[in-house]
Every structure is written in C-alpha cells, then in structure tokens.
Design a protein around this ligand. Structure first.
Ligand SMILES: Nc1ncnc2c1ncn2[C@@H]1O[C@H](COP(=O)(O)OP(=O)(O)OP(=O)(O)O)[C@@H](O)[C@H]1O
Ligand SMILES: [Mg+2]
Length: 469
C-alpha cells in the first residue's frame, strides 16, 4: 500500500494541532467571560442584600416591621431588574417586589449554620426570563425574633443574550481559524516540499547519455543534502560502471578485429596463388594458433559473463593453497626456466572453496609474475593463515612495477598497462586479472594490487573458514 502523501500528513497534523489549541482557548475565554458576569451580578446582589438587612435591623418593635415593605419599596424605586422578597420564620411572605417570581426552595432557604453568609447563588428561568438570585438570613432589631430569609434576584437576560451572541461569534471565529490553518498548513507543506519536486525534475533529466549530471547539494535545503549526496554518489558509480561497460564493448570489438584480420590476410595471401601442401599446412598451423587465441578469449569472456550473473558458484571443498601452488610450480617450471626466473613458496594454509577456481586464480597471478620478473629474479608465493581466521595469499615479484594510476583499473577487462605492446603474441588479452578478481569475489574474498620500489604484489585475502560462501 502506498503511504499517504507528506502534504496530506502535514496538513492533517497542522489542523489537528490548531483545532486542539483553539478549542482549549475558546472554552477558556467563554468560561472566563461568564465568570466575570457572575461576579458582577453577585457584587450587585450582595450590595442590595446589605441594604435590605440594614432596613430590617432598624425595625426595633413588631410594629416597625409593618413599615418595612414601604421603606423597601422606596429603596428599590428605579431598580426594575431587581427583585426582593423577605420571608418570615413562619414562611409568611413579609415583602415581595411587584411581579417577582422566586423558586420555592430559595424562599425556604434556612441558613442555620452561618446566618450572615449568603447561600450559593441560584440561576433559574421563568416565563422566558432568566434570573440569578441569592438567599440569606437577616436579623431584625426585635429581641428574640428568629432570623428572616431575604432573597435578592437580578434579571440576567441581557447577560445571557450577550453570552449567546459572544459564544456564537467565538465558535464561528474558531471554526474559521481552523479552516484557515488547514489551508495555510497545506500551502506551507506544498511550498516546503517544492525542493523535493525540483529534485525529481532534475532526476527526470538524467539519462544514460547524461550520467555526468549532478544534483547541486549546495542549492538544496539542509534536510535533502544527504539525499542529494547519496544520489550523486549513485550516479558516479553508475557512470563508472557504464563507462567500463561501454569501454568493454569497444575493447571487445578491437580484440576480435586483430586476430580475425590476421586470419583474413594470411588466408588471402595463401590463396592468391597455387602453393605446395607444406605451405598450406604452415598457413593452417598459423591460423590454428589464432583460432586457439580466439577460443581462449571467448572461453574467458564466457567465464566472466557467468561470474557476472552469479552463475559461478564455487563448490565448498577445502583447498590446500600450498599444494595448489606446488602443482602450479610444476606446470610453470619450463616457462620460468625459459625466463631465468626462480619460484619460491613459503607458508601453508587451507581455505574452503573451489579447488579448480582457486588454482585458476593463482595460475593467472603466477603467469603474470613470471612474465614481468627480470632474469635471475624470483617469484614468491607466500601463504599466511592469520589468527583472525583469514588466509592471505601473496604473489610477489621484482620488476619494473606498475605505475599507481594503473592500479585501480588493473582488474578491468582487457586492461593492459602497456597498450602499445598488446599485439605482441606473448601478451594475453588482458582478461587474466579480471578472471582472478571474479573468482576471489565468488569466494567472498578481496584482492589488492600493490606496487612500489620495483616490486609488485598481488594479495588475496580469503575470509575465515566459518564465513558463508
Ligand atoms: N606482476 C606484474 N608485474 C607488472 N605488471 C603486471 C603484473 N601482473 C599484471 N601486470 C599488468 O597488468 C595487466 C593486466 O594483467 P592481466 O593478467 O589481466 O592481462 P594479461 O596478462 O595481459 O592477459 P591474460 O592474463 O588475459 O593472458 C598486464 O597487461 C600487465 O601489464
Ligand atoms: Mg595475465
């Protein structure tokens, strides 16, 4: 399943985060404003409560109580939104401002414990109007009279209307803000990802013929620098492989052209006039040599092609490197003697792998070494079984050595150091080291070419015996 687009994810994240924040802020603002109104109402109610209490304390005798309603009505003139009721201890209504309707529980509130402190304010609704009221005990100036209950209420319609409108606007603003942040988040995410699209555009333009192009790491955002560098690295490797591959094809054509044109010339010369049977035989022998060279080259190339495709699977027997070297010394004895070169073996080691393939790799190194050793020099094969389990096989010889610039390309197919000498019949096709390397690779080993101070060494490192092939 394809993972969700980054723009979508970022937008979702932005809007979820802003929704959460705005909801919290919105609820907080609503609650604070409401609390402010409640406090304002209570301040007003408490002031009126004090006024009623004061009026009541001034009643010194039961007769004075009769005058209380009148003096309260006078005191409340002009306060249309305020309602007051005074209830006696016998639940008889002593005073009630006109038109006021109180909920019964409030009227019957008996504040026995702390008579001076008003009870919790109560909000109620009657006939489409909302009220907030408090009830408290009040003592009169008459000795022995139980406290009365005073209820003060205020019409809070305008507060409620304001709160309703305020809440509506607040939530509307919050909804709009959420939509806006989602939109802005989307725009920001798209703009933020523009460099990625630019990278994709640049990448589209890269083809086999334009592998030399690179993404400019200095012009991409910091987060993408690693990607650009990795991508450039990949391009460099591809370019290198591609170059080697195309070099290989042109080399291949060249390599085949020389022997075939030799064959053609010899044959043309041979048939240009009548010749003796011996002369024909000589031409055929010479042709046979060319055919053998071609056949060897084709077999080598087939080997490399198979190795490239992972078809060269080494059998997992044990190869005794010293025994293989000794056998090869026997094989190369005549060749070495012809060049006046000695062969020396030191050390011993057994590695898991394919005996025939390892012999072939060693044989290629030996034939090269003998050919490049000056007369009276000697080729040394050194086998070193390391404590770490690795085994090193070194083939070294004195000689002119190899210039450092050739070392990295030595294992390339058809690569020869001295190209001018490539047509000399004693020289090979330049496939020997490539084959050696592919054999070492198949054994999960490494090969290194070192050349300095007139001596050249090829070092093969085989992995520890436990390592999987
Ligand atoms: N021991 C060595 N000393 C100096 N140069 C070497 C040595 N071994 C290899 N070379 C150089 O490396 C080149 C490549 O070697 P490689 O074995 O791949 O090809 P070749 O020997 O020319 O041909 P082939 O092995 O296919 O017959 C050689 O042409 C040679 O110039
Ligand atoms: Mg060779």
């Amino acid at each position: 399943m394809r993972s969700k687009s980054i723009t979508f994810r970022l937008t979702l994240f932005f809007s979820t985060a802003s929704t959460a924040v705005l909801l919290v802020v919105g609820t907080l603002i609503g609650t604070l404003v409401e609390a402010h109104f409640e406090e304002q109402d209570l301040t007003g109610l408490n002031a009126k409560l004090e006024l009623v209490r004061y009026t009541l304390t001034k009643a010194r005798a039961p007769a004075d109580l009769a005058a209380v309603p009148q003096s309260l009505a006078n005191a409340l003139v002009g306060h249309h939104d305020l309602s007051v009721a005074v209830v006696g201890s016998d639940r008889k209504l002593l005073f009630k401002s006109s038109g006021a309707i109180f909920p019964t529980p409030l009227l019957e509130a008996r504040l026995s414990e702390d008579s001076s402190r008003p009870a919790k304010p109560v909000v109620w609704e009657r006939d489409g109007h909302a009220y907030r009221g408090i009830a408290a005990a009040a003592v009169t100036g008459i000795a022995g009279q139980p406290p009365l209950t005073v209820v003060v209420a205020i019409n809070i319609d305008h507060h409620q209307m304001f709160m309703e409108a305020f809440r509506k606007s607040l939530w509307l603003a919050i909804t709009a803000s959420i939509a806006l942040t989602a939109l802005l988040g989307w725009i920001a995410a798209r703009r933020g990802l523009a460099p990625v699209r630019e990278l994709a555009r640049l990448t589209h333009g890269i083809s086999a013929s334009r592998l030399g192009e690179r993404l400019p790491p200095e012009s991409v955002p910091t987060e993408l620098v690693d990607l650009a560098i990795a991508f450039n690295g990949m391009l460099a490797r591809l370019e290198d492989s591609f170059r080697r591959l195309s070099d290989f094809s042109s080399d291949l054509a060249h390599e085949l052209r020389t022997p075939i044109s030799n064959l053609m010339t010899q044959t043309q010369v041979a048939i240009s006039k009548a010749r003796s049977a011996d002369q024909y035989r000589e031409v055929l022998y010479s042709n046979l040599e060319e055919y053998e060279r071609l056949a060897r080259m084709i077999a080598d190339m087939l080997f490399l092609a198979k190795a490239d495709n992972g078809l060269m699977v080494p059998s997992s027997e044990m190869a005794d490197l010293a025994a293989e070297a000794r056998e090869l010394f026997g094989f190369y004895e005549a060749f070495a003697e012809e060049h006046g070169v000695g062969l020396v073996l030191a050390g011993a080691g057994v590695v898991p792998g394919d005996r025939l393939m390892i012999r072939r790799a060693l044989s290629n190194l030996l034939s090269n070494a003998i050919r490049h050793t000056p007369r009276d020099g000697s080729v040394k094969v050194l086998i070193d079984q390391r404590k770490s389990g690795e085994t090193q096989l070194t083939v070294g010889n004195p000689g002119e050595g190899i210039e450092p610039e050739h070392l990295p390309r030595l294992f390339d197919r058809f690569y020869r150091v001295d190209r001018s000498r490539q047509k000399a019949s004693s020289d090979g096709a330049g496939l020997g080291l490539a084959i050696t390397k592919s054999i070492v690779d198949a054994h999960k080993g490494t090969i290194q070419a070192l050349s300095s101070n007139g001596s050249t060494r090829f070092v093969i490192t085989f992995p520890a015996a436990g390592a999987e092939l």
